[in-house]
Design a binder for this molecule. Structure first.
Ligand code: ADP
Ligand code: MG
Length: 208
């Protein structure tokens, strides 16, 4: 059995909970290498997503992700809003009108999300951005999709994203606000990589 609209709504709900729970942590991560607003941005954005979901319950997973994309683009300021907006929009487009997502489609949608972030932000792996969480995540998803188990794909993606976020610690930032710090960005974890890992962990949690 694949993933349905119930999963998508649970995913977004768990993401909103994670952004609220980790709001201060994300703010603290954004302090030394940014402007201390990432936790605030993400919490505000996902709270708005929850309001939209209550107003107009989506009928397909793709519709849920499209609503999320539009809301994040309009409610999340800074770099992260358009980046996450593009990610959710590309994933929604990849899903189309399907009501039951299989493992291969899931891996394709995650890949589309990552590609959207790269298209929008032009960051490469190793630039110390959310791409360093997403790229290992989609590689892990692609590597596990063949087994046909959506839960396994999501767990692999979440674990890889968490390791990817940790891997940003020694990196020198080459994109976004943190890049202004040059060498001084080394030794700090990228906040967007951490929020990305939280969102992918929520996706796995929603499938349990
Ligand atoms: P801002 O930097 O405008 O204050 P946020 O603090 O909400 O926005 O988000 C910062 C995060 O956005 C960074 O931690 C990084 O992961 C991500 N980011 C910034 N620029 C880029 C980019 N060009 N490509 C990918 N991710 C980026
Ligand atoms: Mg910031």
């Amino acid at each position: 059995m694949g993933l349905d609209v119930g999963w998508a709504v649970r995913w977004l709900t768990l993401s909103a909970q994670a952004m609220a729970e980790h709001r201060v942590e994300l703010i603290e991560l954004d302090r030394p290498i940014g402007d201390s607003d990432h936790g605030e941005n993400m919490d505000r954005g996902f709270k708005a997503v929850m309001d939209k979901l209550a107003e107009a319950p989506p009928e397909t997973p793709g519709a849920a992700l499209k609503l999320t994309a539009m809301t994040l683009m309009s409610k999340v300021g800074g770099a992260a809003g358009p980046l996450y907006g593009t990610a959710f929009l590309r994933a929604a487009t990849a899903l189309g009108s399907t009501s039951d997502i299989d493992a291969a489609t899931l891996a394709t949608a995650l890949q589309a999300a990552r590609d959207g972030i790269v298209a929008r932000g032009k960051a490469e792996s190793g630039d110390k951005t959310m791409v360093d969480a997403w790229t290992p995540a989609i590689e892990a998803a692609a590597a596990t999709a063949g087994d046909g188990d959506v839960r396994k794909v999501l767990l692999a993606a979440a674990e890889a994203a968490e390791a990817g976020a940790v891997s940003t610690d020694p990196m020198l930032a080459r994109k976004g606000r943190a890049s202004y710090l040059g060498e001084r960005s080394i030794g700090h974890r990228d906040p967007g990589a951490v929020s990305s890992a939280l969102i992918l962990r929520a996706a796995a949690g929603a499938a349990e």
